[in-house]
Design a protein around this ligand. Structure first.
Ligand SMILES: [Zn+2]
Ligand SMILES: [Zn+2]
Length: 239
């Protein structure tokens, strides 16, 4: 099986990131991960990029931070895929898989689109959209208990390593109730946080589109940090 981190931030493009994008390649080798998806904070998230840049320049800046890691990953046999995490209002965020930078560069109105339009855009491009840490409790999230509208999402992030355990348990209960697809992500902002979450796939993906094929088929298992989250608290055991 091949482990992939599905939720990853680097400091070149995420204001809260503490590792450079290239730093994750060595870390992936250390902890036996086959790859990762960069999901840096985008135009409506905690971006480190100047939001006043013209759209294509903004996207190009975002692309470069991923690209240097991808190029290094290619040399070391680590699969580095493109993704996005963006806000869509009231502190809620979505994870986008399967798109390429050029898809987003062409969509000048991306920054203004409500979540229904983002969802339609992502799906129209053959992508996969996930409700990130849906029941997270934080000061910037207005209504933590608001349930994601699963007509707009292909899955939820049922385990987020940056969440409190009870937030993740709410996500689990919701997933069981609605029967939706689930993924796991480290929400990794540092190299030390890499290697405890994500998904395990039966093959190397090699492309964003192929990852979406496997996500849609459900052909993967979840990786959890069995002992603790970023707050050092015990998680209940999972059957
Ligand atoms: Zn962050
Ligand atoms: Zn994140």
């Amino acid at each position: 099986m091949y482990k992939y981190e599905m939720h990853l931030h680097s400091k070149g493009t995420s204001a809260c990131g503490s590792a450079e994008s290239v730093d994750y390649i060595e870390r992936a080798k250390e902890v036996g991960y086959a790859g990762m998806v960069f999901t840096n904070h985008f135009i409506r998230g905690n971006t480190a990029i100047d939001r006043d840049l013209p759209w294509k320049e903004f996207v190009e800046f975002y692309r470069q931070d991923w690209l240097v890691a991808k190029e290094l990953g290619d040399k070391h046999g680590i699969d580095v895929l493109f993704g996005v995490e963006d806000g869509y209002g009231a502190g809620k965020e979505c994870l986008i898989y399967g798109l390429l930078p050029e898809d987003i560069a062409e969509c000048e109105n991306f920054r203004n689109m409500p979540i229904a339009e983002i969802s339609a855009f992502v799906r129209g491009k053959g992508g996969f959209i996930v409700a990130a840490h849906p029941f997270r409790v934080r000061g910037y999230i207005k209504n933590p208990d608001a349930e994601p509208d699963m007509s707009l999402f292909d899955a939820i992030e049922v385990y987020n390593r940056g969440n409190m355990p009870e937030d993740n348990l709410k996500a689990e209960a919701f997933a069981k109730k609605c029967g939706c697809a689930v993924i796991s992500g480290g929400d990794t902002h540092s190299t030390g946080g890499f290697g405890f979450a994500g998904i395990s796939l039966p093959e190397i993906m090699g492309s964003e589109k192929r990852l979406v094929e496997f996500l849609k088929k459900g052909d993967y298992t979840l990786l959890y940090d069995e002992n603790k989250n970023d707050f050092g608290e015990k998680l209940p055991s999972r059957a």
